[in-house]
Design a protein around this ligand. Sequence first.
Ligand code: EUG
Length: 609
Amino acid sequence: MPPSTSLPETPTLEQQHSGIPSRLLPKATNAKSLIYDGKTVSDTVSLQRGLPVPQGISLKAFLAAIEELKSVIGAQNVQLNDKEVKNGWYMEHPNTHDMMPLLDSEEFIASAVVYPGSVEDVQAIVIWANKHLIPLSPISLGRNLGYGGSAPRVRGAVTIDLGRRMNRILDINAQDYTCLVEPGVTFYALYEEIQKRGLGDKMWIDVPDLGGGSVLGNTLDRGVGYTPYGDHWAVHSGLEVVLPDPSARVVRTGMGALPGENTWQSFPYGFGPFNDGIFSQSNFGVVTKMGMTLMPNPGGYESFMYTFQNESDLAPLMDIIRPLRISMILENVAQLRHCLQTLAVKGQPRTKYFKGTGLMPEEIVHEELKNTPVGDFVWVYYGMSYGPPHIRKHKLAIVDAEFRRIPGCRKIDPSTLPPNEYFWSRDRIAAGIPDLVELAWVNWMPNGSHIAFSPVSPISGDDAVKLWNLAKKRHTENGLDLMPAFCVGLREMHLIVEIVFDATDKDMRKRAEKCLRDMIEDAAALGYGEYRTHIALMDQVASTYSWNDNSLMKLNNTLKDALDPNGILAPGRCGIWPARYRNRGWELKGGESSSEGNGVSPGPGEIKL
Ligand code: EUG
């Protein structure tokens, strides 16, 4: 590895749609050097298996089809993936494969990447794919890290990188507090544009832990942010979708169906069935535009942070949080984090604290935390109160009285914390200011990669403890450090357990997969299902939603066959397989070394429900 001082500078938003805002460039430089310090192998890998031609087409026919596509959308907008792949890092990520591979890095990999510049180009690509029966895999930014990133589920699918050339903010409506975006608009870009137009005092956006993702892509995957508008899907309004059948028809949902409409972004439903849902976490259409509502500046805000000293505080604390959250005294998707993640987010490798193998000893974590400005703890709650001071005062007093029912609870005074303390990153994010700090815990392991276990549960002490115990059991069995964060929604919580692993360590990858699959199974047995998952785990997660003889998947299959009769769009995404792939062993159940099934049927396939 070259010394990190010689790394090229991270591209900025001025230079490219996926770039970092200039205000965050020093942070990006620092984050990048920490990540590159942790890489023990070359960043570029030449493809051992050559061009990953998708099943069902010969190399010769595939290459001829690629030439044909070049003549339709321009040769410069079609790139074959036949030489090498580069892993990069969050800000300079690949669009060809999963840079954090759970299986071999040549499994979830594209044969080519295409760059449409318009909705018409997207239609042309869909028509082309139907003609040649070539699988497509659309991405917006491809920063769905922990869930497969930019990778296609089917080896050799042609990735449609929508974001590179379709990244306009089409509208920011300062009267209705809405916007309309293309796939390539990141949270960073939307935030900067609102500031640039002088609207920053008036309106906020809602941002996830990292701001480099696509607003549209994150919302379609039902991502989460940390202002009161944190449920992105719930606050979107209006989609434009290219359908995957050979007609490649363009549809606008909700009010967008009415020519000359004036409420596409302010009334999501329109008339008739509310279709938006079938285009989220699915493979039923290529979304090319999305409306999003924006939050009025609440007129002030104040972050707060409480620490709790005992593992056993988890249950009573959750039971305290639930009524406060449902009644909106706790106003945002707040996080209750475990101390190990707080240590890891400092960005240093685990070996800095512990040279041994096996699990990170708890005593060492507590010894380290004692010497930090926050001090030692087991759980930490990050929240924010919104509104002018006289309104915040009453809400914060209730929170304080309730949290202090837990013996040993400490409220940390933010004025005692240095500017680089993680608290300030949570503070910015809960105020809708996108940041780049969260990433740092990937450095816990060399070649740090992460993959999430994300079950949904009621907000209750009993449920939190059950999930904590099952995660702990499976992590211990597999020798993996456990770093849970409970993200508390309004009436449910998402537990997010990110397993950090060394992607070059085959044995560790196997243990991570075993741990994830066992947790999914254990959770399902207790009534918990995941809100989102990695492409390698989608078949398993989908199979847990099996009520009444898998009737939900049967409905999804009916929709898939009707909308995508040739099965070209993102086969296998969210466990939904087109007829051409069904019953041919494409589903991943665990332990496989190949992500592929045994062929595809030559025609539209037998539709059997
Ligand atoms: C995080 C949160 C998520 C998710 C993946 C990661 C944050 C980790 C609430 O949803 O799906 C610290």
